[in-house]
Design a binder for this molecule. Structure first.
Ligand SMILES: Cc1ncc(COP(=O)(O)O)c(C=O)c1O
Length: 370
């Protein structure tokens, strides 16, 4: 048997085992269901004005031919919006985290991360030469224990709003404990961008703590409705990333079209206070309509991400199928994406979901979840 066919056998075997445990992932294309699953919290993905321009590919990496005045102007504009000294745009949030975490700490340094941290940060840490420990989700005592064991430069990785639970980091407490141990915070603001704070500036600014954070990552693929991400921090951090972040150095830069869209999204955000208010009203409406039974299964969250725990892949998949049948695009989050026993239905609330849609969503959940 040739080497090629053996590898085909191996991948088929691994897929079969995923199927057996009801955890096979597959791509879907349905389009006319009511959206309760996208990260398009404010509807920007459909409503951003498209500027007339001649589209142009970047033609190379930022360090070769892909840089432009437009790039640097937009980086400055976004950094100013977020009250940061400087910022560097990456092609995605995944690339930003991979690049930042893989190069920021060296052998002898320590990265401490929340147990629920996003896969992109975990992958960045795996590429780094630093020691790493996780701490119990949002638990300051276990964070302090890990800080006591840390050597070298200490980095602490947290998210503003956790993507799978929707809950927020206790940022004030984390800042206090990190100051005590001279640890540097890296805050992933992916699900807070455009949503948290009066104008969607993010969690750090909503608490006036931005100057206490070493680096913030804002992604543009969620509430901003487009694509890409920015790492905010000092001018030195920006220069460091240009020199050492491999996911920045060795990739073609974003196109002019992508940059224009990112700029439009930030311009729109400045006038989106009412949309954010509407989003928060919709979240409150959703929660207030839930029965006691469903409230007891709900993970506590004030963000647009609302999760109802339904253990077992098979059971949660059945609920998902029932919701889709009713015309609701709501997804099950299964093991191994979340730990066994914590499988869930994850509902994303948007500013554009109508009262009727939210009522229908809740009544369908009540009927399908026993
Ligand atoms: C917390 C968090 N960080 C980073 C990312 C990656 O961002 P992007 O989709 O722009 O690659 C995501 C998206 O899934 C996320 O939820």
């Amino acid at each position: 048997m040739s080497g090629e066919s053996k590898i085909e056998d191996k991948i088929r075997g691994k897929l079969a085992s995923r199927k057996q445990t009801n955890s096979l992932r597959s791509l879907r294309t349905e389009s006319n269901l009511i959206d309760f699953c996208s990260n398009n919290y404010l509807g920007f993905a459909e409503t951003l004005p498209v500027k007339a321009f001649k589209d142009q590919g970047a033609t190379g990496s930022r360090l070769i031919s892909g840089n432009s005045k437009q790039f640097e102007r937009i980086e400055n504009k976004i950094a100013t919006f977020h009250n940061a000294p400087a910022g560097l745009i990456f092609n995605s949030g995944y690339d930003a985290n991979l690049g930042l975490f893989s190069c920021i700490a060296d052998k002898g340094d320590t990265i401490i991360y929340d147990q629920h941290i996003h896969a992109s940060i975990r992958d960045g840490i795996r590429l780094s030469n630093a020691r790493s420990f996780s701490f119990e989700h949002n638990n300051i005592d276990t964070l302090e224990k890990k800080l006591q064991q840390a050597d070298g430069h200490i980095l602490v990785a947290i998210e503003s709003v956790y993507s799978m639970d929707g809950d927020k980091a206790p940022l004030e407490k984390i800042v206090t404990i990190c100051e005590k141990y001279k640890a540097n915070i890296i805050l992933d603001e992916a699900h807070a961008t455009g949503v948290t704070g009066e104008n969607g500036e993010g969690l750090a600014q909503s608490l006036n703590l931005e100057s206490k954070i070493f680096a913030r990552i804002h992604t543009f693929g969620k509430a901003m409705g487009c694509h890409g991400a920015i790492v905010l921090g000092s001018e030195d951090l920006r220069q460091y990333l240009i020199n050492f972040a491999r996911s920045f150095i060795y990739t073609t830069a974003l196109s002019e079209h992508s940059l224009n869209t990112i700029e439009s999204a930030y311009d729109k955000l400045k006038e989106s206070g009412d949309l954010i208010k509407q989003l928060n009203q919709n979240i409150s409406l959703f929660q207030s309509l839930l029965s006691k039974k469903l409230q007891s299964k709900l993970i506590s969250s004030s963000s647009p991400i609302q999760c109802i725990l339904i253990p077992e892949n098979e059971t949660v998949k059945k609920v998902e199928a029932g919701l889709q049948k009713k015309g609701l695009n709501i997804r099950a989050i299964m093991h191994p994406t979340v730990e066994k026993g914590k499988e869930r239905i994850r509902i994303c609330i948007h500013s554009f979901n109508s009262e009727k849609e939210i009522k229908m969503c809740v009544s369908s959940l009540e009927k399908l979840i026993i």
